[in-house]
Design a protein around this ligand. Sequence first.
Ligand code: CA
Length: 445
Amino acid sequence: MKLRAIAAAFLGLTMLTGTALADAPSLGHGPQVYSKGQFMRLLAAEAKVNPLIYSGVFKDVDAENPYSDIAEGLVVAGIVDMEMAKDGEIGLDEPITNEEAVALMVRALRYKKSDMSVGEDLKFEDKADISPWAVSYVEVAAANGLVDNSGRFEPKAKVMGANAMIERMDKVYRSLPLLPGSGLMRIEFPVLDIPEGVERPAMLSEDYQLVFDDEFDGDTLNTKNWGYNYSWGHSHNHSGWCVPENVIVKDGVLTMRGEDKRHPDSVGKQYTFNNQKNDIMYTSGAVNTAGTFRFNYGYFEARMKMPKGKGLWPAWWMLKDGWPPEIDMLEILCSRPSQLRVNCHYGASWNSERSHEQVINLDFDSTDDFHTYGFEWTPKYMKYYVDGVQVGHALTDKAALDQCTNMYMLLNLAIDGWDGKPDSTTVWPADFKCDFVRVWQKNEY
Ligand SMILES: [Ca+2]
């Protein structure tokens, strides 16, 4: 929240008339004044952020602007914040200042790199001139060698030596380790021995290794793998209030139990679905790996059985912090138990979201028996499987694939919402059952 608030202030600053950087020791030199658009292009090339088809997110930029696709890519990557645009205007054609450029560089480094040093105290003679929103970025830039922490910084001056700045950023970039999932792909977690009874999916090549495995043995949820509820709390876009008591591990199966019973803690709480607010009338269960496992690619497999009747909406899916993106590996509306829904939501912001929904007809009723649902995710595609056979079509949209990084898993039973109100067909308690969840990863794609 703090970062967003700081960012909100930043590209909205009135541009001050720049003073020459001739005696600014900390930054590069060059004759050209750079616009924000031009600087973003250099930055995107360095951070390996792909341009994306412009979705019209800024009021003052149309698709004809030569930097519109670069700006879109940087927004989707989280380097340019939507809130950086003052009143929706980003000013791609205005000159960029030193403090703006430094903030963008720090955000670009954070996009792919880990282990950046925290900020250090600034020693610039003119440090008092740095805008409050920019101070923390300049401190991080100083601590990581992006700027020399001495002499004058000239925070409000127009950037004159953008290429030199980017060259310097390149040196820093190369000196830091990659975040998992960026650059060369690799197995992210300790490789597990394959337990007895666990079978390697037949379509997976030998270089896929088991990195996450929960068979739901024992009688409690393994909290090294999962957290209870949603990562943000007990409710989402449906009428169930999720609590740990309704997450049951028994006989080798995880059950998320929906009950036709209002939880006392949900009285007075509401959920929103399709812009409609409604009371939360049921009790249910959810688990997530937000605090335990974040994934970049792999083969995900879960053997599950859906509960019976209308108004039940079990889901196995992935999120990262902020929305979009979202990957829906399985959603079933239990009033239509022979339809599997899969999806990928992506885009620059919630109000310019795009998606790839597929409705896949199954040749069985998913509420009758356990079946194995699979999701294969590589840098090039996402594919869906049922009982080891690919179903639907592969998703190959580069914009969607690029945006999905560091995703965590969720399993939950939603009630009401997308499948409407429970009725006389609904079987209570409504048990969404999962026999296992396994993730396999490989090093090279
Ligand atoms: Ca099991």
